[in-house]
Design a protein around this ligand. Structure first.
Ligand code: UD1
Length: 422
């Protein structure tokens, strides 16, 4: 297993290109299952999670061509050979559940293994299933698999009210609704930019959708969808992660392709902490204002609130802030596994249930630490960039799921970071 060696090394200066969003791409790819026609995604990120989704789609009979070094994905599902998403692939990645809605909507049946994914608390798929049931799916859970069938062969439009916001359940229901008979209204829908991106792509394919980006999405079902070419939206989590690098280390970094509207709540917290963010013709520029970073309190919430996927990285910043910060995690239980690892580097963090209290220290110290999930692993790298001495982060396969060429991107700004093959 590879590890990453980081030597704490002062300010960072330079430019970092931000890739297309992993989480958008993982929902855009299954949209191919809705049509016989080709779907081409541009600005795709080159990540192991994308390769896992590629394998899953290929196992169903989708043709996937990875072009331009993986930045363009040409997908065609004109002849599906299977409607079963197998446990061996699905267990690697929770987003695999997103093939369920599209397959069911197009062909009236699908069998999908219950997913695995990041170990961040119990992460059921009941909301996905309830939404599809409301649309006329008959579901049977057997041997770890969801056996789904549409009554009379086609899903039926419905009013679906989610009891709380779920990104994945909104995506599954939205895709399914495009081919359902009649009108579907999704209430308390997720408003994340990845949902907006999916709706825009589906519309390019011929779907009739209104209200994406608000809490109510209305879909008029159509009888068939066509092909499209669609650019994947910028990855707001990669963007926020790299915005924290100059915030933690000093210096000035430009994030190419960055957009304030994708990370507004996060920018507000950076501002309170004493970090300046400004727009440039190419993206966003980030630099620390004079003096030490100030403590701030953070509560994670669905979009447009502060994203849970930036909580671990924000904690890395607050470990050396002046004062005490309180971080409240409201989306996932058990999402503070980075805290004991940061503590190995000298951080003062107390975790109680869903709340972490961080008392800033002057400087962290390098240590051997272990990545426990995707965002936790990058928070350890951020902390290491400003720590005294060397840090070795092991189990970086988590990192490779969601960040492309981390060493190159940070190295180009002056960070001393290298991958040690293991
Ligand atoms: C997506 C993102 C993930 C991000 C999360 C929240 C992808 C591939 N992943 O995950 O990076 O952290 O949104 O922004 O896009 N829940 C249920 N039942 C369900 C579905 C969800 O109880 O059927 C719960 C989850 O356990 C969690 C909360 O709802 O506590 C929100 O989860 P959800 O928004 O569905 O996250 P994902 O779509 O899995």
């Amino acid at each position: 297993m590879d590890s990453i060696l980081v030597k704490g090394n002062g300010p960072l200066n330079g430019a970092i290109p931000i890739a297309g969003a992993k989480n958008a791409c993982l929902t855009l790819m299954p949209a191919t299952l809705l049509t016989d026609a080709p779907l081409t995604l541009t600005n795709a990120p080159r990540l192991s999670d994308i390769r896992t989704m590629t394998q899953l789609l290929q196992s169903l009979g989708t043709e996937v061509a990875s072009l331009q070094g993986g930045q363009v994905l040409a997908l065609s599902s004109h002849g599906l050979t299977s409607h079963t998403a197998d446990y061996d692939i699905v267990r690697k990645m929770r987003a695999s559940i997103l093939v369920l809605g599209p397959m069911l909507a197009r062909d009236g049946h699908a069998i999908v293994s219950l997913p695995g994914g990041c170990a961040i608390g119990a992460r059921p798929v009941d909301l996905h299933l309830r939404a599809l049931e409301a649309m006329g799916a008959q579901l049977d859970l057997r041997d770890g698999y969801i056996h789904a069938r549409a009554k009379a062969g086609r899903l039926q439009g419905a009013i679906v009210e989610f009891p709380f916001v779920s990104v994945g359940a909104t995506e599954n229901a939205l895709m399914a609704a495009t081919l359902a008979r009649g009108t579907t209204v999704l209430k308390n829908a997720a408003r994340e930019p990845e949902i907006v991106d999916l709706a825009q792509c589906l519309r390019r394919m011929g779907a009739q959708i209104a209200g994406e980006g608000t809490g109510t999405i209305t879909v008029e079902g159509v009888t068939g969808l066509g092909g499209a070419t669609h650019p994947v939206v910028t990855d707001r989590i990669e963007l926020g992660t790299y915005m924290l690098a100059p915030a933690i280390c000093g210096g000035e970094v430009e994030l190419l392709g960055g957009r304030i509207d994708l990370v507004a709540a996060f920018c507000e917290k950076l501002d309170q902490a004493g970090i300046a963010v400004s727009e440039t013709p190419r993206g966003l520029k980030v630099a620390r204002r004079n003096g030490r970073v100030r403590a701030v309190d953070v509560v994670t919430e669905p979009f447009p609130g502060f994203p849970t996927d930036l909580q671990a990285q924000m904690m890395a910043l607050l470990c050396t802030a002046d004062g005490t910060s309180v971080l409240e995690e409201r989306i996932f239980e058990n999402r503070f596994m980075h805290a004991p690892e940061l503590a190995r580097m000298g951080a003062r963090i107390e975790v109680r249930g869903g709340t972490a209290t961080v008392t800033g220290v002057e400087r962290l110290k390098g240590a051997r630490v272990m990545a426990t999930d995707l965002r936790a692993s990058v928070s350890l790298i951020l902390a290491a960039l400003a720590a005294e001495g060397e840090t070795v982060v092991s189990r970086v396969y988590h990192l490779d799921r969601g960040y492309e060429r981390v060493e190159e991107k940070l190295g180009a700004c002056g960070a001393l970071i290298e991958r040690i093959p293991g």
